[in-house]
Design a protein around this ligand. Structure first.
Ligand code: FES
Ligand code: FES
Length: 162
């Protein structure tokens, strides 16, 4: 199979790599970029453990090809904190105990950060709807919802880095 060159920005860094056309973005990130924050769960776009941000949209990287990201701006959970300061959603999950085993958490954080960029002051119902593509087997979602609302308040109050 002929290989392709892809170039994209990953967490603010310009990268260029040779990949097979069939390479999934999740494998590109984990194996080529050594960014193992995004997890592989269902591999069928259901669980959201692999969620990353591409050009301002939440994308499930287990069903997205690396070559589809040519020229794109990709952000992973490793790019959320800024110079050692936790992002508001990370702080929210920490403060509200929004995780147990943590397997779903990188995807949850990426989805939550996108949700709050698109809707900085969501209702609880909007958070539940906005996070509904990300599944958690542990928490029952109550604290995840609280965590996202906590982050929204912090961003509104401008107490924590966006
Ligand atoms: S691993 Fe991608 S949605 Fe589950
Ligand atoms: S914290 Fe375990 S799957 Fe969500």
């Amino acid at each position: 199979m002929s290989k392709k060159i892809v170039s994209m920005t990953v967490n603010g860094r310009q990268v260029e790599e040779v990949v097979e056309p069939r390479t999934l973005l999740i494998h590109f990130l984990r194996e080529k970029m050594n960014l193992t924050g995004a997890h592989i769960g269902c591999e069928t776009s259901h669980c959201g453990a692999c969620t990353v941000d591409i050009d301002g949209q939440s994308v499930k990287s287990c069903t997205h090809l690396a070559v589809q990201c040519d020229g794109s701006e990709v952000k992973t959970v490793e790019g959320l904190a800024n110079a050692g300061v936790l992002h508001a959603v990370q702080e929210g999950f920490y403060k509200e105990h929004g995780l147990q085993c943590g397997f779903c958490t990188p995807g949850m954080l990426m989805r939550a950060s996108r949700l709050l960029q698109d809707n900085p002051n969501p209702t609880e119902e909007e958070v539940r709807h906005g996070m509904s593509g990300n599944l958690c087997r542990c928490t029952g979602y109550q604290n995840i919802v609280k965590a996202v609302l906590h982050a929204a308040r912090a961003l509104q109050d401008n107490k924590v880095a966006a």
